[in-house]
Ligand binder design. Structure first.
Ligand code: AMP
Ligand code: GLY
Length: 422
């Protein structure tokens, strides 16, 4: 079978790399991909516009694509999965209506309340002045969120009222996040430790993936601006057996059931971003996709076939699927361009002195291949990912791999995994 992966990040490199390992897979195409996917055996990049659904469909028919996996949120929220499924193409990803769980914070918060899913208290606003008045009535810190998609940057933690006023101005008046800021959610600040819970879901069936923890802040010790994620590790000890069960019972099952009741049963990766404190869990957000960078360390631990897993979900056969993981731990460290998550430079030439090794993998993200050179093309450029017998060893191996990569302005966090080791 041939497989098509939609997207160009580190997550998509990992999805393509894992799919290509399957003996039943002849070839993997990535739309548009990056230098990493371009350089892999059995994988090719294609330059079809992923917003042009008909062009994707035509490509799938022409290349006899047996499975499409959609990586990022944007095409899902735009309805690419519905479109391809309606054309009879096996597509792993939620419908446009189910993807609203990520596409609109107002939708997801209202959904949590309706289905009794624990989350921070909140109010949603379309009017600047009404939102401003609300700032008089709340406790600080508070959290101001643009309603729509903002590449993980639409959440502003405000220590006091002045910062909250600034956040409202930025979202409503300056339109920093464009139309994603037509509505704003103001919610209670939650304390605790975060974890990512990602599962493969098909209607009322679920296979939880290995647990993981991301590092959202740009700086060591979780300081500085929020990013798309600076590194992740798996498993995450904070999600012990009891918490795992609680997440299933209080978050995942009610969400799956709620979506069925809303007429939008889920198919795809479902990602709950959680805050955990004293054994209690609250949902910060849902993502309608696999996490980036969580995908990279999680897939390095997956012994089963990703393609078979996705096909089992599509064919409503998850019940009879048993997923296998290596007992090893995994750690992924993001190498970013100086300035990220704010403005950064691109087109820097990259040198890689990697010794290929089964237990380590350098996943590309913002890279492209031009004139036989690998050059930077994004804020997050690589995720150096490695296994180890424990987290400490995985961390050491991942940082050894980081040292093999050089480009002007490269930086990374030095403490990925610290909470798991502590
Ligand atoms: P979100 O996109 O909603 O997950 O928010 C991005 C990040 O902002 C989260 O991973 C948290 O680090 C932080 N965050 C979001 N909501 C809250 C909250 N209510 N309390 C504390 N931190 C939050
Ligand atoms: N790593 C967080 C995300 O994928 O949204």
């Amino acid at each position: 079978m041939n497989v098509l992966i939609i997207g160009s990040g580190g997550r998509e490199h990992a999805l393509a790399w894992k799919s290509a390992q399957d003996n039943s897979v002849q070839h993997v195409f990535v739309c548009p991909g990056n230098a990493g996917t371009h350089l892999e055996n059995k994988i090719s990049n294609i330059s079809v516009n992923s917003k042009d659904f008909e062009a994707i469909e035509n490509f799938c028919v022409r290349e006899d694509i047996g499975l499409v996996i959609i990586g990022p949120e944007q095409p899902l929220v735009m309805g690419l999965a519905d479109y391809l499924q309606n054309k009879g193409i096996n597509t792993f990803g939620p419908s446009k209506s189910a993807a609203q769980l990520e596409g609109s914070k107002t939708f997801s918060k209202d959904f949590f309340v309706k289905y009794n899913i624990p989350t921070a208290g909140y109010k949603s606003f379309e009017d600047f002045n009404i939102a401003l008045n609300h700032l008089e009535e709340i406790k600080y810190p508070t959290v101001v969120k643009a309603d729509g998609l903002a590449a993980g940057k639409g959440v502003i933690i405000c220590k006091n009222k002045d910062q909250a006023i600034e956040a409202l101005n930025s979202i409503f008046k300056d339109k920093t996040f464009g139309s994603a800021g037509n509505k704003v959610v103001i919610e209670d600040f939650l304390e605790g430790e975060e974890a990512s819970f990602i599962a493969v879901v098909s209607k009322d069936k679920i296979i939880p993936l290995a647990t993981s923890q991301d590092h959202k802040a740009v700086g060591d010790g979780d300081v500085g601006l929020n990013t798309g994620g600076m590194g992740a590790y798996s498993p995450a000890p904070i999600v012990n057996e009891e918490i795992h069960q609680k997440i299933l019972d209080k978050v995942m099952f009610p969400t799956m059931q709620g979506l069925i009741e809303e007429g939008s049963p889920y198919l795809g990766f479902l990602y709950a971003g959680l805050m955990i404190k004293d054994g209690e869990i609250k949902v910060l957000e849902f993502n309608c996709r696999f996490g980036d960078p969580e995908t990279q360390p999680i897939l390095l631990r997956l012994n089963s076939s990703l393609v078979e897993l996705c096909m089992a979900a599509i064919n409503n056969n998850l019940d009879s699927y048993s997923i296998e993981w290596t007992q090893k731990h995994s750690c992924g460290v993001v190498i970013a361009s100086e300035g990220y998550p704010e403005t950064y430079k691109s087109n820097k030439e990259i040198n890689i002195n990697e010794n290929k090794n089964q237990d380590a993998k350098l996943f590309h993200a913002g890279t492209k291949y031009e004139n036989e050179k690998i050059i930077t093309a994004g804020g997050r450029v690589f995720c150096a990912t490695a296994l180890g017998n424990d987290l400490k060893e995985a961390q050491e191996n991942a940082y050894n791999l980081v040292q093999k990569v050089e480009f002007e302005g490269a930086f990374h966090r030095k403490d990925i995994g610290f909470k798991g080791i502590k």
